[in-house]
Ligand binder design. Sequence first.
Ligand code: SAH
Length: 215
Amino acid sequence: MIDTYRTKGLRKQLVKILQKKGIKDEAVLNAILAVPRHLFMESSFLEFAYADKPFPIGSGQTISQPYTVAFQTELLKVKKGDKILEVGTGSGYQASVLIEMGAKVYTIERQRKLYIKTKELLQKLNYHPKKMTFGDGYKGLPAYAPFDKVIVTAGAPYVPQPLLEQLKPGGILVIPVGEDVQNMKRIIKMNDTKIIEEDHGYFRFVPLLNNKAED
Ligand code: SAH
């Protein structure tokens, strides 16, 4: 588990690319600079780790493109101490970016293999979510609700109602919605009866799979 001058240098370049693509939130950029993305991947081909591209992480899943991680995190307006639910733990990279920003992270993954592998990795890297669970993200995590923010990192065919219900008033849900391509939505829950919905452009995610968690 090593981070070198070389990998740190590569992250600086990545941050410059993200700035050019329009990411402005300093806290987001600093977190991307800090989190050693190459250690979240199967192989440590550095040129892939720090290219602005998604990458396979096993179990048919991908680690999201750095720009997508940065964009979703910026939309979330993360504040230190925010209690954040992430749906789709995957490699654990997005969760680590949020932890690096001082958030308390609760995260759900539906593939057991990935859940176990990522749990071990985050321990080693010293990134500690408040809670990592194996289960179905459509249901959220009612036992730990309410949350300040919710982030969904797989493409959802619709906005799952439990995720909205588990937000605090004033809370923010960032979720890519759609089948083949997804529209990045930011939904602000003003109170129990009023929500504001914004569209933030098109992205492509692996699907948020319905119903059951899988061994
Ligand atoms: N945030 C991840 C991105 C992983 S890709 C990262 O930083 O690497 C999306 C993940 O969502 C996959 O790991 C997939 O297994 C998971 N997923 C898909 N459907 C899900 C569901 N219903 N509940 C929880 N996780 C789900």
